[in-house]
Design a protein around this ligand. Structure first.
Ligand code: AMP
Length: 228
């Protein structure tokens, strides 16, 4: 039922889950379907690295090793982005927070504008399959659509189904060794956030091992509850 927990403030959703769980794919769906803005700290950090900014220089080696970038840097980047006018439509956080300190900083940032988290949606996945999922993925460099060597192959090789560009890219940290570090970082530093949001009554869970469309439907149903 739409609007059972109506908030007058723009919705704030978090997607929680290990690398490869499908947070980016699902966040893009929520963007298109509900007009929410996807905030991916991974994307923001990759842009900072590409721009050669001080934050980017500090983050580069950490990201290549599959470790977490320091809370100070990530919180500052997220705070700036959250203040941009388009975020007034409501946001879907993808890859943030990743530590308890980040979660507390987010609560504080939102409280400053009278907001709070509406839902933290955990994408539940089988760890063993995450390496396969990540190692095979690639993205259209023009429009950002995601693909996979096995699970989502473009209709025409090397050509984006969505925009027709021939500009597929693979992330430098999507290799088996770095993926293992990223999974370790998830379990050690991010998984405790499941309990953090459960304690606040904000945690929702979705089985994220099935078909992308079924997962989308489950997440969309949860999102409808928090749309004004
Ligand atoms: P992602 O695109 O979310 O998989 O993030 C790629 C990499 O960026 C991660 O492996 C981290 O090194 C870094 N990163 C992204 N978001 C965060 C965050 N919230 N806190 C710390 N590091 C992050």
């Amino acid at each position: 039922m739409k609007g059972s927990s109506i908030s007058q403030k723009p919705p704030v959703l978090i997607l929680l889950g290990p690398p490869g769980a499908g947070k980016g794919t699902q966040a893009r769906m929520l963007e298109e379907r509900f007009g929410l803005v996807q905030l991916s700290t991974g994307d923001l950090l990759r842009a900072a690295v590409a721009s050669g900014s001080d934050a980017g220089k500090a983050a580069k080696a950490v990201m290549e090793a599959g470790d977490l970038v320091s809370d100070d840097i990530v919180i500052a980047i997220l705070r700036d982005r959250l203040a941009a006018p388009d975020c007034a439509k409501g946001v879907i956080l993808d890859g943030f927070p990743r530590t308890t300190l980040q979660a507390e900083a987010l609560d504080q940032m939102l409280a400053e504008s009278g907001q709070q988290i509406d839902s933290a949606i955990e994408l539940e996945v089988d760890d063993a399959q995450m390496v396969t999922r990540i190692a095979g993925r690639f993205t259209c460099g023009a429009c950002g659509e995601g693909y996979h060597d096995t699970f989502k192959v473009p209709e025409v090789a090397d050509t984006c189904d969505c925009c027709g560009a021939q500009d597929m890219t693979r992330r430098a940290d999507d290799n088996t060794e770095t993926v293992m570090s990223r999974l370790d970082a998830y379990h050690e530093q991010t998984a405790p956030l499941v309990a953090y949001y459960a304690d606040k009554g904000a945690l929702r869970r979705v089985d994220a091992m099935g078909q992308i469309s079924d997962i989308q439907d489950a997440i969309a149903a949860l999102t409808e509850h928090v749309m004004p």
